[in-house]
Write a protein that binds this ligand. Structure first.
Ligand code: DUC
Ligand code: ZN
Ligand code: ZN
Length: 472
């Protein structure tokens, strides 16, 4: 069994930042050692982490690799997307297998396994999107939790006619989850009301990308979050995890449910912390299609309202427990173009799996978040929330040796010319961030070192997950 020693670095965890050497045997961390004491071990590989942070590999629990959506398919495959994730310091993803109305859940899951197996560069798990809640899919939830390592199911209050579940279907799925222990992940936007606003905007000739945001107001995110929380309460305090929270009204309702001790959890994504409706979705002004690059749902919010400031605050107070990406990339030249002349046809999604760790680290540099909280929101909590801890999300004896060596003194400049995602543009084009991923280990194997790839398609394994570890 090969032995690797990572020495000279500062181990960052949820509780502190301490100079520590890390001993790895095979795929597993076997010891944390006082600085310098690792020198007495005979090892095959020594990795000098002097001047760097050593942290648990990032865990991104919201990605959509090669997902069919909006008349096309997300442009990253499991091969390209997981490689890009690794370049950015993420060593585990949890992607969404999609069941549509009328499809058999187990068959949908098998189809997603077939897409991923043998192609991933890092470890991966699955949630299941239930696009059709009926007797069969409800039954399938039980067996997926018990036998398949799937402990979370996403429902949509948005996208009528595509993924949308009505309140009765949501209540039934939540009741089932209360019984089997699963977490319900909610896309909380009032889709029926949004569709009315969309039709009215188009009828008035308002077709530019900015209307994607203007027809999905924050109030309709807040309303849907409120309804989801009420339904989860009626269903017996079902574990509820609200995805891609983008606005103050949504966060307010989550914070209030949490203050009552409810099983309510939430994530946000980097785009809502940094990008705005005016500067990005509205880029180029009237008549420009540039903003299509930034069309995602929930949408970017107005810079004239305190959404981003509140989201950073929510991350500090734990009302937002996780930062994920909702990585769902569509190329500008041949995919986003589907929405030219009709914003409602722009495939929704941004490609960010490669930049989450750097973007949230910038929040540390800017004083918005502590170093410990960076690791907590990007690695440890997502692993615990979705039943993968302590195998993932920590550097400790017995955990998988998924490790990032991060140089806080270096910088990263983001560009489509240099990123590794299969995407012809970048939402953060030209932005320079403080800090840089230097070396990445996935289960003991170096996959990235100083920008050079040494990973392998098929190295990534399926992770069977348990229940959320945040429940009473
Ligand atoms: N939101 C997106 O932006 N893309 C995919 C699905 C979703 O809910
Ligand atoms: Zn969603
Ligand atoms: Zn999503």
């Amino acid at each position: 069994m090969t032995r690797t020693l990572v020495s000279g670095g500062t181990l960052v965890s949820t509780t502190g930042a301490t100079p520590t050497d890390v001993l790895i045997e095979g795929e597993t961390v076997t010891a944390l050692l006082a600085p310098g004491t690792g020198e007495e071990f005979s090892v095959d590989t020594r990795i000098d982490a002097t001047g760097c942070y050593v942290l648990p590999g990032g865990v991104d629990v919201h990605t959509h690799m090669q997902m069919p959506f909006g008349g096309t398919e997300a442009s990253d495959t499991f091969a390209t997307g997981t490689r890009a994730a690794a370049f950015g310091g993420t060593t585990t993803i949890v992607d969404f297998a999609v069941q549509r109305t009328g499809e058999v859940v187990e068959e949908s899951l098998a189809a997603w396994h077939a897409k991923a197996e043998g192609n991933c560069a890092i470890d991966y798990g699955f949630h299941v999107i239930l696009g059709g809640v009926d007797e069969d899919s409800l039954k399938a939830m039980d067996s997926l939790v018990a036998h398949e390592g799937i402990s979370s199911f996403k429902l949509f209050m948005a996208y009528p006619g595509v993924f949308h579940s009505d309140d009765g279907q949501i209540l039934r799925a939540m009741q089932r989850a209360t019984d089997n222990g699963a977490t319900i992940m909610m896309h909380a936007e009032n889709g029926t009301a949004i569709d009315v606003l969309v039709q009215q905007a188009l009828a008035a000739g308002n077709t530019d990308p900015v209307f994607h945001g203007l027809t999905r107001p924050a109030a309709l995110e807040g309303e849907a979050v409120n309804r989801a929380i009420a339904l989860a309460e009626v269903a017996g305090d079902t574990p509820l995890y609200v995805v891609h929270v983008s606005s103050s009204p949504a966060l307010d309702r989550i914070a209030s449910a949490r203050s009552e001790g409810r099983n309510v959890f939430a994530e946000t994504c980097p785009q809502y912390l940094y990008l705005t409706l005016e500067d990005h979705l509205g880029a180029g002004g009237p008549g420009s299609f540039e903003g299509a690059k930034y069309a995602c749902s929930t949408p970017l919010r107005s810079k004239h309202e305190p959404h981003a400031r509140d989201l950073w605050k929510g991350l500090r107070t734990d009302d937002l427990a996780v930062v994920s990406t909702d990585h769902c990339p569509f190329c500008f030249n041949d995919q986003k173009q589907l929405g030219r002349g009709d914003f409602s046809r722009i495939p929704n999604g941004l490609g960010l799996v490669e930049h989450r760790m750097d973007l949230v680290h910038q929040g540390v540099v800017d004083g918005n978040l502590s170093l410990q909280r960076w690791v907590e929101t990007c690695s440890t909590t997502p692993a615990r929330m979705f039943g993968m801890y302590p195998r993932k999300g920590t550097v400790a004896p017995g955990s998988d040796a998924d490790i990032v060596i991060y140089d806080p003194a270096a910088t990263t400049t983001i560009s489509a010319q240099t990123h590794h995602m299969n995407l012809d543009h970048s939402a953060f084009e030209g932005v320079t961030l403080q800090g840089r991923v230097r070396t990445v280990l996935s289960r003991g194997r170096t996959v990235v070192d100083r920008g050079t790839w040494s990973g392998r398609e098929g190295h990534g394994r399926y992770v069977r997950r348990g229940l959320s570890q945040y429940l009473r």
